[in-house]
Write a protein that binds this ligand. Structure first.
Ligand SMILES: CC(C)(COP(=O)(O)OP(=O)(O)OC[C@H]1O[C@@H](n2cnc3c(N)ncnc32)[C@H](O)[C@@H]1OP(=O)(O)O)[C@@H](O)C(=O)NCCC(=O)NCCS
Length: 176
């Protein structure tokens, strides 16, 4: 459990499958993400398989973001955890859209970055964010990430190929 500022992060469990299914199938949540095909409207079986893989993998850490002791709001994850290079990729999804814009995403991102540096002893966290996702870009900039480069036309979104930015934060560099 990682606590702070009214929200908690707790480890994802296999019985969170219906929460993850709901968020992955909510167009408002997934629309602005440069998601791969397997996350596009997945079935409950696909979500269950992916969740079981994730909770059993040492290269992935998923946390449910929730109000202190209560309602689940979304998840944050560290994937592609690379022990030799001390790096990982971060994803943040606040699936309860009425909570957007209240600082939950920033707080959850800062918490998981702190966990990555202080507990996992990582050196670098990076993420990919769609250029047409200004809320996410603002959230990650406020969490200490800087833009490092652009992947041109790396995903198809609403009738056109669009680009993503790679953002990253190094240990001792972020605001955490
Ligand atoms: C991206 C996401 C995690 C951010 O969480 P959140 O709780 O809404 O974020 P916060 O409230 O902490 O921060 C949002 C920031 O965006 C700003 N913002 C909100 N709407 C905006 C808009 N339309 N344009 C520009 N900035 C915007 C807010 O002012 C805030 O910035 P500030 O802290 O400098 O004031 C959440 O919106 C989400 O889950 N979206 C869908 C999934 C997604 O896109 N994930 C990111 C890909 S990894």
């Amino acid at each position: 459990m990682i606590d702070g500022e009214g929200i908690e992060l707790r480890a994802l469990q296999t019985d969170d499958v219906w929460l993850m299914y709901k968020w992955y199938n909510d167009a408002r949540v997934m629309d602005d993400m440069a998601s791969p095909q397997e996350l596009f409207a997945p079935s409950i079986e696909e979500v269950r398989r992916s969740l079981e893989r994730s909770v059993g993998s040492s290269r992935e850490r998923y946390f449910i973001v929730q109000f202190a002791g209560g309602r689940a709001l979304g998840f944050v994850s560290l994937t592609s955890i690379d022990v030799r290079n001390a790096s990982a990729e971060l994803t943040a999804v606040i699936g309860e859209t009425e909570e957007w814009g209240k600082g939950v995403g920033r707080e959850a991102t800062m918490r998981v970055v702190k966990y990555a540096f202080d507990v996992l002893n990582l050196h670098r966290i990076h993420l990919r964010v769609a250029e047409h996702n200004p809320r996410a870009i603002a959230c990650f900039e406020a969490s200490g990430f800087v833009r490092e480069g652009t992947l041109r036309d790396d995903h198809y979104h609403k009738g056109a190929y669009r680009s993503s930015h790679i953002m990253g934060v190094l240990r001792d560099e972020g605001s955490t």
